[in-house]
Ligand binder design. Structure first.
Ligand code: AMP
Length: 420
């Protein structure tokens, strides 16, 4: 398998799938350039070796083409600034101009294609279907899109370059044109970028040979989005700390009162199944016995503490409370490998963020004592950043969905497409 370090880029045009899905303010200015900075080592490597670069990415969720609010033109000056290099903007992904620019690209030059998701072909999701379209109609439209226009789209993108680099871990769980399908056109000239290489290595070492005790802290809002990963973690870890909104589905499923807390009654059987499965496998499920409860989902709310399974009507659980903090902290400090995905409370509101802060601090302390810690998912990463602890954990993954799917399935389409 070729790698970015052993490939000869001299005189070659590299098409690089990056993740430039950055947050923008109302004026279209980049408010967080982390993802742009993360892609720089790969781009610089290709340029330094005498190649040229065609960058491609999605931005947000546009539903039409063009859609100026989601145009990548808005980020060109930031990319130029961080890269210290001119970036020519193609203004499209498919038109004659993009093809001409790619063909005329000289070694050392960089161009950026327009937002890939301006085209339904990128995701393979048909647009413009009637609101009352039947499942059969939807399936037929999807099939037609995938078999016709999407194939043309992928072929066109591939025609711009001599080699393909995937450096967008955040979208590696998608079977999209630019993350998966395009790889087929470069059987001997496809590789991971540095960021992707680092992510895959970190996750492989976490899942393949973790030091024990291995604990996963899974928080966030809902059980429904984390069932797959929890079930698969039960096979691998020694304990799972469950926090966040999903706590109340577990509490209610066992007959507890959860007041107005976020709760998914249709997930009760799944919650009970998870409890049973953990018991059978000898995996400890660590939950908070108490909750910080609020009478409103806002910073102005009144708050008090209550048992996590006895929350009065009109109140909702928004964070763990004193006992939970103590239990989580002690547990985390006893672990040698720690994976964290999802805050244990509504950390965006300062009053409800102290539980997540305690978790982040305990992880930092455990790391200092020699544990390996991996934090992934936008919200948990935002937590460690908010509390200034980002440099005190072992690894911060740029993937949310990609991280969870890697854990659940042991591989990702975007990773497999490069390896096969
Ligand atoms: P997820 O995307 O599933 O990881 O969920 C992250 C979101 O879960 C964050 O925006 C948190 O505010 C939210 N969250 C955490 N705890 C709770 C809770 N007790 N009630 C409602 N939302 C919560």
């Amino acid at each position: 398998m070729v790698t970015i370090d052993n490939y000869d880029f001299k005189g070659k045009r590299a098409i690089i799938r990056v993740d430039f899905n950055v947050p923008l303010n109302d004026k279209g200015e980049v408010t967080d350039d982390t993802r742009i900075r993360a892609a720089l080592p790969t781009i610089k490597k290709v340029l330094a070796e005498g190649g040229s670069v065609i960058l491609m990415s999605h931005l947000g969720r546009p539903k039409k083409n063009p859609d100026p609010k989601f145009s990548l033109e808005q980020i060109v000056s930031t990319v130029e600034d961080r890269l210290g290099h001119k970036v020519a903007f193609a203004g499209d992904c498919m038109g004659a101009k993009a093809a001409e620019m790619a063909a005329a690209l000289k070694p050392g030059e960089v161009m950026l294609l327009e937002n890939l998701r301006f085209y339904a072909e990128e995701e393979g999701k048909p647009r413009g279907l009637a609101a009352d379209a039947s499942k059969e109609e939807k399936d037929a439209a999807k099939k037609a899109l995938k078999e016709g226009p999407q194939k043309e789209f992928v072929k066109k993108l591939a025609s711009y370059a001599d080699c393909y680099i995937n450096d967008a871990f955040g979208t590696a769980h998608r079977k999209h044109a630019s993350t998966y399908l395009i790889a087929e056109y470069f059987p001997n000239d496809k590789m991971f970028g540095y960021l992707m290489e680092k992510e895959v290595k970190a996750l492989a070492s976490l899942m393949e040979k973790p030091a024990h005790p291995f604990c996963a802290i899974i928080g966030g809002s809902k059980v429904s989005t984390k069932i797959g990963v929890i079930k698969s973690l039960i096979e691998k870890v020694d304990s799972i700390v469950i926090g966040g909104g999903m706590t109340y589905t577990f509490a209610a499923a066992q007959g507890g009162k959860v007041g107005n807390s976020i709760c998914e009654p249709d997930m009760f059987p799944v919650a009970l199944e998870i409890l049973q499965l953990a018991k059978e496998k000898g995996v400890e499920l660590v939950m908070s016995p108490d909750a910080l409860i609020a009478d409103d989902f806002s910073a102005a709310a009144n708050t008090k503490e209550a048992a996590a399974d006895n929350i009065p009507e009109g109140w909702e659980g928004v964070d763990i409370a004193a006992e939970g903090k103590k239990r989580f902290r002690e547990h985390i400090l006893g672990c040698k490998t720690i994976l964290w995905n999802g805050p244990v409370g509504v950390f965006e509101i300062d009053k409800f963020a102290t539980g997540s802060k305690e978790v982040a601090e305990a992880i930092a302390e455990a790391t200092k004592n020699g544990a390996y810690s991996l934090i992934g998912g936008g919200d948990s990463v935002a937590c460690v950043n908010k509390f200034g602890l980002a440099d005190q954990v072992s690894y911060i993954s740029t993937g949310g969905g990609a991280l969870l799917e890697y854990i659940e399935f042991g591989d990702l389409p975007g990773v497999a497409a490069i390896r096969k």
